[in-house]
Design a protein around this ligand. Structure first.
Ligand SMILES: [Mg+2]
Length: 231
């Protein structure tokens, strides 16, 4: 019996991609006034996140350092002038990013639909805790989701390491089989948790489907499909 639902945050409750699309364009314009950013800045930014975040996950560099590495590559790939102070430049990027913070339209509705069922409703995110909690406050879900679990509080284990899910279950005081995790990353949010006995649900917002063969975790294309899975 499921007693807790854990949501991933970025691209699950929180529209990270839209906020990055706004910020990457706006910030690039400030670097070279009058120069229109090329198409593909969003794809490049998201690709550099995928390339550089793992070094932080593996404790090979600090959270701030992986941000500097992303900016260096971003400017290099677009042939933009590299800011002298990368931390200050990233802070300027964050101003643009934060102005565009928003939830997906189905996020609050789904939390509403699951409330009152006696379930613990929380968050399990690979992000940095201060920023992730600020996002949840901005989108109005901080007071409605508890706990908010990040690797900082889970022995430094990131999804999809089994230790991450097991530490989350321990924090909840539940067996893994009593927990459902839902998120946009098929491996981290659906296949990984299933390896330790959790119920993992893949939120395939873009309807890309999967053609890579098994395993094929439960798949939904909107959070609004989630309550029906719990009846
Ligand atoms: Mg995500």
């Amino acid at each position: 019996m499921i007693r807790a639902v854990l949501f991933d945050l970025d691209e699950t409750l929180f529209d990270h991609r839209a906020a990055v699309a706004h910020a990457a364009t706006a910030w690039t314009r400030t670097l070279v006034p009058g120069h229109e950013p090329p198409a593909g800045v969003l794809a490049l930014w998201l690709d550099l996140e995928r390339r550089h975040l793992p070094a932080w996950h593996a404790s090979e560099c600090s959270f701030a350092e992986q941000r500097r590495r992303r900016l260096r590559d971003f400017c290099g790939r677009l042939r933009l002038p590299l800011p002298a102070d990368l931390d200050a430049a990233y802070a300027e990027f964050l101003v643009h990013y934060e102005t565009a913070w928003a939830a997906f339209p189905d996020a609050a509705d789904t939390v509403d639909a699951l409330s009152g069922r006696g379930l613990t409703l929380g968050v399990l995110t690979n992000g940095e805790p201060v920023q992730q909690e600020a996002k949840l406050r901005r989108i109005g879900l901080m007071d409605r989701l508890d706990p908010v679990l990040t690797p900082d509080a889970l022995g430094g284990a990131f999804k999809p390491a089994p230790e991450c899910y097991l530490a989350a279950a321990a924090k909840l005081g539940l067996r893994p089989t009593e927990i459902l995790l839902v998120g946009d990353d098929r491996e981290r949010d659906a296949i990984g948790p299933a390896r330790v006995g959790m119920r993992g649900v893949w939120l395939d917002r873009h309807g890309t489907g999967h053609t890579g063969g098994p395993p094929t975790p439960p798949r939904i294309t909107s959070l609004r499909e989630l309550p029906a899975l719990l009846t």
